[in-house]
Structures are given as structure tokens and as C-alpha cells.
Design a protein around this ligand. Structure first.
Ligand code: HEM
Length: 483
């Protein structure tokens, strides 16, 4: 093999390279199919721009983690970053001073020790917004999951307490903006990401639909970030602001640039934590609908360890190994960010004799890693037992180490995210049975295990039947706060 050759990949055409065989939808599945032909590291080229696809955990840990000093930048994304303006948020901020400032702010809240301070609010939100609402309107389970995930991160970022009518405002706006984030940053979804010069096409130009879309999406994102920041500022002025990320860090001495960074970092808490967490909790509900025997085992564990006189809390986590394994399997089976978030390598590098040129976009096929048949036999099946027997999990088998990305850009909210999904899982299993729904004729509706193609990928809408496990469940779930 030539020392200086790029990693293998599909044949490249003259000038355009792979522009026309770049997958435009669920790219991670195509990358996985290519793995059989080209291996763990693949190169693509689009009009001279190199894209390196990391198709195994081993390569991702080596490059993005061990060599993180040069693999932690973000590529410029013409559609999602420049036009829609998501490069104002942390997830697309280039590696450098701004990046470090924002990560430091988040570290103070979300690293393993300080994050524990948010567990009581998490327990309260799961009880009040998920379990109590499931008792009243179980058919709206997807809305309740969404509100629970939103409430927790909105509380941390802005000190905001979610109310019922919020579906109209904060949550709705954020939800809309995040859906647009997913669509605008999905690998290969917009031609302008493949041919960046197209971003200069004026919006009125025939065929420039993406420019018009970008202008609308940009406004949604700005409104969502501004309204959260304005809310806390207003509460601070009134002297009624509860503790929050913004309250903690806002001060007169902040330069306008740092204040702007604070605003967008707060929105990154909401943006990073809301849609991803609701995706994972929805995946849990889907898995329980399809795998009743798993549900029964997890409920038996909860009944044995906790009984049914109280609800599970975060303090029970280490005593519930089957539930913990189930949560790990949720992140493996339906990783919420299946195609990762692209990194950019800042210096020329060599891996395994292959050349990785400076400036290449480096994408990690997280879905491919968590569906690697060698590591996870029958990867499409939901089998928590995979995680039960193993005492020391190798990183490449640990979905908690794969689903949150790699190196210096690893998800800063990972500990809080797994705690949130654990809490929702344990409380739901303790109180509810999830089964398949039936149609009007009494025919069972079989849900399909399939996920949306965006950057943040949710299960497609599905139906299930949710019923309380005990007659006196309401006494167990008494609201401790009016929501
Ligand atoms: C189920 C839950 C979650 C999943 C699966 C998830 C996954 C990810 C992934 C894959 C990345 C990209 C890492 C990389 O570039 O290699 C990321 C980045 C990020 N996540 Fe999460 N995340 C979740 C929850 C959260 C929460 C609760 C927060 C709240 C702080 C958060 C905030 C962020 C931010 C700000 C980034 C960008 C980091 C950077 O670019 O430096 N995420 N997340």
C-alpha cells in the first residue's frame, strides 16, 4: 500500500469526486454497507474536499480521542452552520478560545459531581410531567416525554418551570428550532453542503428554495435562543429568578461577546439535551412495546429491590442492574445521534499507513458502531442481557461511550442524559405496563422499529397502550408540586 494514499472508498469521478454517490438520507446505513467493501476507515471526496468516515469504535477512539489535540475542530457546514446560523451554538463552534470558554461553563454544571445537584428536579419532573400525565392521557405519551425532557433542561439553563400551556411557546419554539437543526445539518441533505459556493446564490433565484428555508429557520433559532435569555433576564430584574445556568454566570463584567456566548451556550443545553433525551425515552417506550419479556424482567427487578410502596429514585440506580443494562441497550439499539456530529482534523495525519489530510471532515458512524455484528450479535434485536454478564465493559462495547461522541467534543451532558433516561425508564416500569395497542376492530397494531433520518433521530410515531400496574397507583404518585 502506498504510504501516502487516502483510506479506501467508493470510486471517485473526475472533479466532482463522490458528489453524486454521497448518501443523502440515513447516511450511516450506507456507510455501514460500505464497510463490508472498504473497511473501518473510508474516504470520500466532494469537489476536492475530503470526508473521512470512521466505521469502527476502535478507529474513532484512536483518532478522535487519543489524537484529540488535532481532531477537535468542526467543519464549516454551509447550510446548518452559516445560513441557518447554528455555528452560534457550541456544537458547531470551531476549536479555539470560544470553544474552551463554553465547554468550561458547561463543565461546571454537567461533570459527574455537580450534576448530582439536578437529580431532585429530574425526579420531580419525571413524576409530575411523565407519570402523572400518563395516568391521565396515556395516548399522548410522546408529548409527555417531550415535555419532561424539555422541562429538565429548561430548568437548568433558564430556571424556567414548565407549565401546561407551554406547548404554545417555549417548548414549541425550541422543538421547531431543533427539528430544523436536525434537518439542516443531516449529512448530505443539502446540495449546498456538497457545493458550498451555492450559498452565495440569492434567495430569489429560481431553485434557491434552500436559501428561503434557511432564512426562516435562522429566525426560528434566533427567536428560541433570545426568548430563553430574555426570560431569565426579566426574572432577574424582578428579583424572582431561581438558580440557573444563566443566573449563575450573568454579570455586569461580561463583554458583549461573552454575554452572547452565554446566551448560545444556555441554548446549547436546551438544544443538546431536549431532542436527544426525548428520542432515547421514546426508544425505550418502543422497545417495551415490542419486547414484553424484557419489560417483565425489569419490572420484577424493581419490585424485588424497591417494592411497590415507593417510586424509584436516582439513589436506586446501582441496585438495579437489569434496568441499567436496559438503558444501555436503549442507547445501543437506537442511538439518538446515529451519524455523530462531524469533526475536522487540523493537521495532516497518518493512520494505519493512510493519509488523512488537514481540513478533512471526519464523521463517526455511531449507528454502525452500535450495530457491529462482531460486537453485538443480532444487533437489530433489543437484548439488555448483552450488558449484564460483562463486569468491565470494553469502551467499544459500551453504548454510553459510543452514543455521546468522542474526544474533546464528547457530549458535555452525557452523565445527565443517562441519568434522565434511567429515571424515566425506572419510574415508568415501576408504575405502568406498556403493551401493543389495538385498532377499532381489535386487531393488534404492530409498531415498526424505525427512526427518522435527521442528525437527531427519533423513532417514527408509533402507538402503544399504557395502563397503570396497580389500582392505587395515584397514591404512590401524588404530585408534590403543581405543574
Ligand atoms: C440522549 C441524550 C444525548 C445524546 C445521545 C447526545 C449525543 C451527543 C453527541 C453524539 C454529540 C457530538 C459529540 C462529538 O462531536 O463527537 C453531542 C454533543 C453535544 N451535546 Fe449531547 N447528547 C445528549 C444529551 C445532551 C445533554 C443533556 C446536553 C446538555 C448539556 C447536551 C449538550 C451537548 C452539546 C452542547 C454538544 C456539543 C459539544 C461540542 O461541540 O463541544 N447533550 N451530544
Amino acid at each position: 500500500r502506498n504510504q501516502t494514499s487516502l483510506p479506501p472508498g467508493p470510486p471517485k469521478s473526475f472533479i466532482v469526486g463522490n458528489a453524486f454517490n454521497m448518501p443523502r438520507r440515513k447516511a450511516w446505513m450506507i456507510w455501514s454497507a460500505w464497510k463490508k467493501t472498504y473497511g473501518d476507515i473510508i474516504s470520500l471526496s466532494i469537489f476536492g474536499r475530503n470526508i473521512i468516515v470512521l466505521n469502527s469504535a476502535e478507529v474513532a477512539f484512536e483518532l478522535l480521542h487519543r489524537r484529540s489535540a488535532i481532531y477537535s475542530d468542526r467543519p464549516n457546514l454551509p447550510m446548518g452552520g452559516d445560513l441557518v446560523g447554528w455555528n452560534r451554538g457550541l456544537s458547531l463552534t470551531p476549536y479555539g478560545e470560544q470553544f474552551r470558554f463554553r465547554r468550561k461553563l458547561l463543565h461546571q454544571v454537567f461533570s459527574p459531581r455537580p450534576v448530582v445537584a439536578h437529580f431532585p428536579a429530574l425526579e420531580r419532573n419525571v413524576k409530575n410531567l411523565l407519570i402523572l400525565r400518563l395516568l391521565k392521557t396515556p395516548e399522548r405519551f410522546a408529548d409527555h416525554i417531550r415535555d419532561t425532557a424539555a422541562a429538565t433542561v429548561l430548568g437548568i439553563a433558564y430556571g424556567y418551570v414548565l407549565k401546561d400551556k407551554d406547548n404554545e411557546s417555549f417548548v414549541q419554539k425550541g422543538h421547531e428550532a431543533l427539528g430544523q437543526f436536525s434537518s439542516s445539518t443531516a449529512p448530505g441533505a443539502f446540495l449546498v453542503d456538497i457545493i458550498p459556493i451555492l450559498k452565495y446564490v440569492p434567495a430569489w433565484f429560481p431553485g434557491a428554495e434552500f436559501r428561503r428555508k434557511a432564512a426562516i429557520w435562522r429566525k426560528t433559532a434566533s427567536d428560541a435562543a433570545d426568548s430563553g435569555f430574555a426570560y431569565t433576564n426579566n426574572e432577574l430584574t424582578k428579583g424572582t429568578a431561581p438558580p440557573s445556568f444563566i443566573r449563575e454566570h450573568l454579570s455586569q463584567s461580561l463583554t458583549p461577546e461573552k454575554e452572547n456566548a452565554l446566551k448560545w451556550t444556555a441554548f446549547s443545553i436546551f438544544g443538546g439535551g431536549f431532542d436527544t433525551t426525548s428520542s432515547a425515552i421514546l426508544t425505550f417506550f418502543l422497545a417495551m412495546t415490542l419486547y414484553p419479556e424484557v419489560q417483565a424482567k425489569a419490572q420484577a427487578e424493581i419490585d424485588m429491590v424497591i417494592g411497590n410502596a415507593r417510586l424509584p429514585t436516582m439513589a436506586d440506580r446501582s441496585s438495579l442492574p437489569y434496568v441499567e443494562a436496559l438503558v444501555r441497550e436503549v442507547f445501543r439499539w437506537g442511538p439518538p445521534v446515529p451519524g455523530g456530529v462531524p469533526h475536522r482534523v487540523m493537521k495532516d495525519d497518518i493512520y494505519n499507513g493512510y493519509r488523512i489530510p488537514a481540513g478533512s471532515t471526519v464523521v463517526s458512524n455511531i449507528w454502525g458502531m452500535t450495530h457491529d455484528e462482531q460486537l453485538f450479535p443480532e444487533p437489530d434485536k433489543f437484548i439488555p442481557e448483552r450488558y449484564l454478564e460483562i463486569k468491565e465493559l470494553e469502551p467499544s462495547k459500551d453504548s454510553f461511550q459510543l452514543a455521546f461522541g468522542f474526544g474533546r467534543r464528547v457530549c458535555p451532558g452525557q452523565h445527565f442524559a443517562t441519568a434522565s433516561v434511567f429515571m424515566a425508564t425506572a419510574m415508568t416500569l415501576a408504575t405502568m405496563n406498556i403493551t401493543k395497542a389495538s385498532d377499532k376492530e381489535g386487531k393488534v397494531i404492530e409498531p415498526v422499529a424505525d427512526w427518522h433520518p435527521g442528525t437527531i433521530s427519533h423513532p417514527f410515531p408509533f402507538q402503544c397502550k399504557i395502563t397503570p400496574r396497580f389500582l392505587d397507583i395515584e397514591n404512590l404518585v401524588l404530585p408534590d408540586q403543581v405543574v
